[in-house]
Design a protein around this ligand. Sequence first.
Ligand code: GDP
Length: 433
Amino acid sequence: TPTVAVVGRPNVGKSTLVNRILGRREAVVEDVPGVTRDRVAYDAAWAGRSFTLLDTGGWDPEAKGMAARITAQAEVGVAAADVVMFVVDSTVGATDTDEAVAKLLRRSGKPVILVANKVDGPSGEADAAALWNLALGEPYAVSALHGRGSGDLLDAVVAALPEAPPESFDVDGGGPRRVALVGKPNVGKSSLLNKLAGEDRVVVDSVAGTTVDPIDEMVELGGREWRFIDTAGIRRRVHEASGAEYFASLRTAAALERAEVAVVLIDASEPLAEQDLRIISMVVDAGRALVLAFNKWDLLDDERRDVLEREIDRQLGRVTWAPRVNVSARTGWHVDRLVKALDTALEGWEQRIPTGKLNSFLGQLVAAHPHPVRGGKQPRIMFATQADTRPPRFVLFTTGFLEPSYRRFVERRLREDFGFEGTPMELSMKIRE
Ligand code: GDP
């Protein structure tokens, strides 16, 4: 689905607007100083079009270096989105920071919808009209708080969405596969990218003569082209301490939105960190195919290798299905093995099991391993179907509630038998009494 990013200074009403568009109050917390949000992407729809709404406003507005952070936020918006909504507080008017963002957005070449928010007082219309001088076209006068103008605004957003997805996600379409290379700072992402891409990399989506960085790069691996998402974000490191982690995670979330498969790069020479696990969870929750790559293998001695195996057993139990490659971005060792892992993960992600095959498999499984009796009842799987791929989703029609351990058992056996490697998988139940 296309992506719409919401950018703007703190307290201009971004969260209220996002809530208004989503039509539910609890989705996003308010722009409270000091509150940072983890969730950035939401499913939204208007006039029959669905889109992903990217709320880029979750950083601490009291933090130092606000202008730099706003610029970073707008760049993420430009990198990730098909359409950018730029929210300005019409009661304040365009500030220097707003002017700087407007300039960046004008140069990006992306469709921009200018939102004049807080148009609810007597001078509202005039305040909104004053924003024409940002040279971003018509300011849409809205009151996110009271709902005024949001219909017209959403009409404009939907009209600016691309007709079809910008690149075909279609396998048969033969477009390059889209890879997000993610991981915490210093694990070696840009080193690996350099190793993979070499000198003659092709930069795509750059806007001629602009200060905005190129966004993606085409990289040839195993004789095929792959599209590496948001390589600008990989090469440009966020240095400022305050807010850096938030922006890194925003970029990761944005890259995952556009990717089919993620390579999570981990520094094998250091203990697995909370942040590594968080990034892996982001991939799984986004429903993308997953490859785990352990980098800096050249630094490992036997002892560290043993300890690492134990860390993996203990902490990565949730993703035992993910293909794993050990590499050294520095020496290039085993870097070529990434291709096979990517192919494996994408294959699992796209696999569809015919209903007949699925049910004969489950029939045998359930006969050999029935659900334990609970409270005098024994729930049974009557029928199952694979409702979706990318990632695979299964619906189990049952006679009662299947306990989680049994569902995990079924999932494990499905993976073993059909080879769903490298993909998250969803099993849901429909209980027929
Ligand atoms: P990024 O922040 O994830 O993009 O990480 P960089 O690519 O900038 O790498 C961070 C540091 O780790 C740099 O000093 C690299 O030279 C170093 N590095 C990256 N890959 C390897 C590797 O495979 N082995 C060793 N020994 N060092 C590495």
